[in-house]
Design a protein around this ligand. Sequence first.
Ligand code: PGA
Length: 247
Amino acid sequence: MIIYAAKDYQDMSRKAANIMSAQIIMKPDAVLGLATGSTPVGMYRQLVEWYNKGDLDFSRISSVNLDEYRGLSGDNEQSYRYFMNTNLFDHVNIDKSRTFVPNGLEEDSDKACADYNEIIRSMGGVDIQLLGIGGNGHIGFNEPGDVFEKETHVVDLTESTIQANSRFFESMDEVPKQAYTMGIKNIMAARKILLVATGAAKAQALYDSLYGPITPNVPASILQLHNDVTVVADEDALSLIREKGLL
Ligand code: PGA
C-alpha cells in the first residue's frame, strides 16, 4: 500500500488525477472504475482541465461506476449517472455507450445485479477502481454489517441516508429507499485501487480501514488484502494515522 499525503483538498485532487491520468496514458483502452460523492469532484475537474489542454484522450476508455439509486433514471439530478455526466462524461471525449452504472430503472433486482456483474466481466475487469470512503468505513454502498457482500447487490438505505436525501426531492415517496452497488468481490477484483479521502470526518474510518482488524464492520478494511492500493488523503483525513506515528 502506498499512502500519498496531500496538504489540502486541491492537492489531493491533483495527486489523484495524476494517478488516473497515468492509467489513461499507459493504457488508452483502460476500464476505469469510477465513484461519486463529494470527494472525487475536484479530481474530475482536474482531469477535465488536462483533457482541455490536450493532455488526455478518453476516446478508447470504458468505465463502470460503483453504484446507483434504485428507481432513479439517469435524467434525475440525484442519480449517479447524472453526476457522472455532469462532472466528467459531458466534458471529455468518452464514448458514453461504454460508460456503465447499475441500471436504476430495472425493477427486477436479481436481473439488474446479474447484468451488472456480466458487464464488468465482459469488459475484462477493472484496471483501476476509484473509491471514496464513508465516515463509517463504507465503500460504494457496502455498509458495515456481519458479512462482506460479494457481487452486485441491492441495499436498503439507512433511515438517516433517506432523511438526508429527502431535501433533494419534492416528497418523501420520491426519495430512493434502495440502491444497487458493486460488492466487495467486484471491488477487490480490480487490478489497482485508488482510495481518496478528505477531511477530519474521515480520519477514524481511514485509520480503522488501513490499520485496524479486517472486518465487515469496517468494509474498507478488506482493502488491506489487496496488493495494489494507493491512498491519496489530505492531512485532516490522515490526522489519526499521524497521531499514532504510523506515517
Ligand atoms: P463523500 O462520500 O465523498 O461525499 O464523502 C464518500 C463515500 O461515502 O463513499
